[in-house]
Design a protein around this ligand. Structure first.
Ligand SMILES: Cc1cc2nc3c(=O)[nH]c(=O)nc-3n(C[C@H](O)[C@H](O)[C@H](O)COP(=O)(O)OP(=O)(O)OC[C@H]3O[C@@H](n4cnc5c(N)ncnc54)[C@H](O)[C@@H]3O)c2cc1C
Length: 434
């Protein structure tokens, strides 16, 4: 009977250490207003501590310096790290660097090219290089990457890239950008797109701006976590900056996005739990209209619904992670799609209820909830808008059914069939007056 909800004791010990490390050492840094360089100075010693415990960049296989944990363990880890924006950075698995490292590793595996490790992968893993993932364009629908317009044309020993991208997270602090471009417009987009490493200082790369957004409305150029708009104008890069075989862009994207979604969902759960803790504390502390908030049924409903939704999202996400470990990302597509939209909505709803419980204090920047709410809103858009994932799940579910003019459960039709099936029995009962 292999149906087990326990974490093995050795790994539970690691999780216990992570919980206290994140709370004691990382939470306090959140409250300081720091420049990018100051953040780096603060987190370097913490990163060294993580490295010395063998927990650095755990998402990668051991031959690439990771831990080979598999998705369930990584998921449990991300639930803890996701409680604070600096958690993943301290553990060497923050987006987009971790996903980009996975892309580079997948490219290495597909081509057997060892040089990729030394040039880009190792520096990314060491935290000596920063990266951005440049796929979404302002003028085509990011929800359907088959529509991408950015092109890469082979010219001798070089590729020439032209296009405009935006929302390249960390683009303005990155050393390299991983760019998705159309390399063959004459075949199906699934075979006609490729990914490239583009060093930011290449001639023709212009970071136009950091886009002001809900997470940073008063954007200050060059901050960690900003989203850059980038113009690629006759950008020439050597042919060996292609990652994986030509035409493998979608395949690579799939490699990156499957595990990434599990980690996102577990990080969202970490944030939901934080918001939940804040909500419960306030409910027990605020007195109004003759009783504590904790005694009002509406607030109790918020607490009960949040607890149930978080539990459901957690089990769904760990199940998706388990399935991915067993049968791979492709066979787990529905589970991964489900946790994307379900997890994003749970995060949004729990943070929203917590914020409401705090009233004006929740809306104020004296509590982290307003920032968490803005970040939660983005979760419904990035990593593929929720509607696209819902569509995937619904499409696959519908494939298991056939149209029927008379509904299969139409009671008069079923009754007629049952009368025919049991005619002998019915006749016997009637004759015997049973
Ligand atoms: C905080 C944040 C960080 C991001 N970071 C990156 C990054 O690092 N790199 C990068 O390349 N991109 C990044 N993105 C971009 C993100 O991937 C895109 O925003 C996303 O893919 C949606 O594309 P779009 O914005 O062009 O929306 P559109 O494609 O224009 O879609 C708009 C809306 O249409 C609806 N819709 C779309 N398809 C369907 C459908 N089939 N059925 C029903 N409704 C539908 C959805 O509600 C959707 O929100 C980031 C976005 C955010 C918000």
């Amino acid at each position: 009977m292999a149906w087990d909800f326990e974490t093995e004791p050795e790994f539970e010990e690691k999780l216990t250490w992570m919980r206290s490390f994140v709370k004691e050492e990382i939470f306090p840094i959140e409250t300081l207003k720091l420049s990018y360089d100051q953040v780096v100075a603060f987190i370097r010693p913490l990163q060294d501590e993580v490295k010395s415990r063998g927990l650095w960049a755990a998402h990668l296989p051991p031959e690439l310096g990771g831990m080979g944990f598999g998705q369930v363990k990584l998921g449990l880890m991300h639930e803890i790290l996701g409680q604070t924006p600096y958690g993943p950075v301290v553990f060497g698995n923050n987006a987009p660097d971790s996903g980009n490292a996975e892309l580079l590793a997948a490219g290495m595996e597909m081509t057997g090219r060892e040089d990729i490790r030394e040039r880009w992968l190792q520096p990314l893993l060491d935290g000596a290089m920063r990266s951005g993932f440049s796929m979404t364009e302002p003028n085509t629908a990011g929800s359907d990457p088959r529509l991408l317009k950015t092109s890469a044309v082979r010219d001798g020993d070089e590729w020439v890239i032209n296009g405009r991208k935006w929302y390249t997270t960390n683009g303005s602090v990155a050393d390299i950008l991983i760019v998705m471009a159309v390399t063959n417009p004459d075949v199906h987009p699934y075979q006609g797109s490729s990914m490239f490493v583009v060093p930011v200082n290449t001639v023709g790369v212009t970071i136009l701006r950091d886009v002001g957004a809900m997470d940073h409305p008063d954007v200050e150029y060059g901050r960690f976590g900003n989203h850059a708009e980038i113009l690629y104008q006759d950008v020439r890069i050597p042919a060996d900056h292609l990652i994986g075989p030509e035409g493998s862009g979608f395949l690579l994207a799939q490699t990156r996005l499957g595990p990434g979604r599990i980690h996102h969902c577990m990080r969202w759960l970490g944030q939901s739990q934080r918001a939940f803790d804040m909500m419960c504390e306030r409910a027990l502390s605020r007195f109004t209209h003759g009783s504590l908030l904790a005694e009002k049924q509406t607030v109790q409903n918020w607490i009960a619904d949040s607890a149930a939704e978080m539990q459901a999202a957690r089990l769904m996400t760990l199940h998706a992670a388990w399935k991915m470990d067993k049968v791979g990302a492709s066979a787990s597509r529905d589970e991964i799609a489900m946790i994307k939209y379900y997890g994003a909505s749970v995060l949004h709803n729990v943070v929203d209820r917590a914020l409401q419980t705090y009233g004006s204090l929740g809306y104020s920047a004296d509590m982290p909830l307003e920032g968490m709410y803005r970040a939660a809103r983005a979760a419904r858009i990035y990593d593929g808008p929720d509607e696209v994932h819902r569509q995937t799940v619904a499409r696959h579910a519908l494939k298991r059914y056939n149209p029927s003019e008379i509904p299969s459960d139409h009671i008069p039709t079923r009754a007629a069939a049952a009368r025919e099936k049991f005619a002998g029995m019915l006749e016997f009962l009637e004759t015997e007056k049973v």
